[in-house]
Design a protein around this ligand. Sequence first.
Ligand code: NAI
Length: 289
Amino acid sequence: MIIGIIGSGAMGSGIAQVVATAGHTVRLLDQNAQALERARQAIETSLNKLVEKGKLTTEAAAGTIARVHLTQDMQEFMDCELVLEAIVEDLAVKQHLFRELEMVVPETCILASNTSSLSIASIASACQHPERFIGIHFFNPAPVMQLVEVIPAVQTRAGLAEEVRALVESWGKLPVLAKDTPGFIVNRVARPFYGEAIRLLEEGVADAATIDWAMTELGGFRMGPFQLMDFIGHDVNYRVTESVFTAFFFDPRYKPSFTQKRLFEAGYYGRKSGRGFYSYAPDAAPPEP
Ligand code: NAI
């Protein structure tokens, strides 16, 4: 299968690695040439680690890399059978992208979004053929995290969710079907997790490191809420919080915090920018979840 991925950031590059490892030809597009180069390096580094650990042969890693074709030209998507978008979390930008994409891809091509918080129906509504639109929501880092949410919109044709579910399974992932509601399953449960942790911090109940320690050492979580927010990125996470809050008609349970908003406004995005709730050395590697 030929799969197009748009956006080669944290998620797009990881998803490209997953589907290329499963044997698909991948066209990975980004508007930013440096982001494409970073994605190539990230995929190579990740595959080399698997080779070092004996989980992948050198030939299989080389084959996977050879299946990922980097591009800045959407015309190269004319033979794609599935296109998955992982660009900025902005409805208008995503809608504009799919309008352009539909002019290029075949009518049989499945269109998908990796959105964390926007409604699949609202992105699909920009399409001439919304019946082929679906949400395929990976978790970060995509090559490591097993769960993938599959979210049909009200417009999605009958049967597509099952087809996509089987496809995701063939990539070695564990798909779960979710209704098109704000945050789907995991991000909805996660909002109060982050929100309550920030409230604890704001109320001076404990500092970030203590809360993280308690949640990992005592609570059994792989990462504490502050480590996880810094890992996801406050640019992404703040937008998701805002979007879920708005989508639930301003239900106070999902209210964003000024602490997080200020980090976002200051450009303190977390690991990716070197500073978030914690400070990071410029070459700090992302934690192994
Ligand atoms: P990112 O900021 O790491 O990467 C986004 C990439 O998209 C950038 O390289 C940017 O140059 C590119 N881009 C932006 N607009 C574009 C356009 N119009 N055409 C082509 N390329 C464009 O973002 P990240 O974290 O990979 O998130 C991407 C999407 O995945 C968002 O919708 C986000 O909500 C979702 N998501 C993020 C997760 C996370 O933990 N970071 C987890 C699951 C979903």
